[in-house]
Design a protein around this ligand. Sequence first.
Ligand SMILES: [Ca+2]
Ligand SMILES: [Ca+2]
Ligand SMILES: [Ca+2]
Ligand SMILES: [Ca+2]
Length: 236
Amino acid sequence: MTDRHRPQTRLATAAVLALSLAGLTAGCASDSGSTSPGEDITMDKPRVTTSKEGDLVVKRFDLDKNGQADVIKYFERFKSPDNPDVTKERIVRKEIDLNGDGTVDITRYYDDEGTAQRETVDLNLDGTIDATNYYDNGKLARKEVHGKDGESVIATRFYIGGKLQRVERDRNDDGKVDLWEYYENENLQRIGRDLNGDQKIDRWINRGPESTPNTGSERPTVGEPDSEPSPEPDSG
Ligand SMILES: [Ca+2]
Ligand SMILES: [Ca+2]
Ligand SMILES: [Ca+2]
Ligand SMILES: [Ca+2]
């Protein structure tokens, strides 16, 4: 990463901004309309405000009590299948601001059962999405790693039972997979490369236990965040 100092700079800027904003808005809180100076500040639980956006009920949680929501949950209301007189709520989306700068860093989408289906993640907090995670029964099944534009897919990681099985990479940015990595017990076993752009493997490289690990010119990881955020997200 060439701009490795940027997140820290942004963090510092965000902290200063958050502080000054907290000072400016004290006494004229516009989101809840119910807070007055000193109120709630010392309470040992996050401040929560509830509002409506279209058909959705929105709950904002200000965990660090700086006046800015860090977690925002969106709920839809539905009639209970057991009793149509009863209206229930279920979560459809959750947004998380990890560094308190007011920009959402993780957005998680849920199915009708309240299980996480998909989430977009800005790992380095620069405002551009770095990865999209897809879940199957609450377990990480697939992860798309995005290019600098936050949309193109430069690598897709496939998981079974939460364990890495295969990685497909597009190393020349033409939108086509040209490198395949196969894993066993999350250890890289072999690499297949497409050399002529027909998306078929032309050359295999063994990386199993009989070959020397971590040597040679074939470096499988190129410009990709390797951390595995939240393999099993909570359901609310
Ligand atoms: Ca906050
Ligand atoms: Ca943020
Ligand atoms: Ca990013
Ligand atoms: Ca390619």
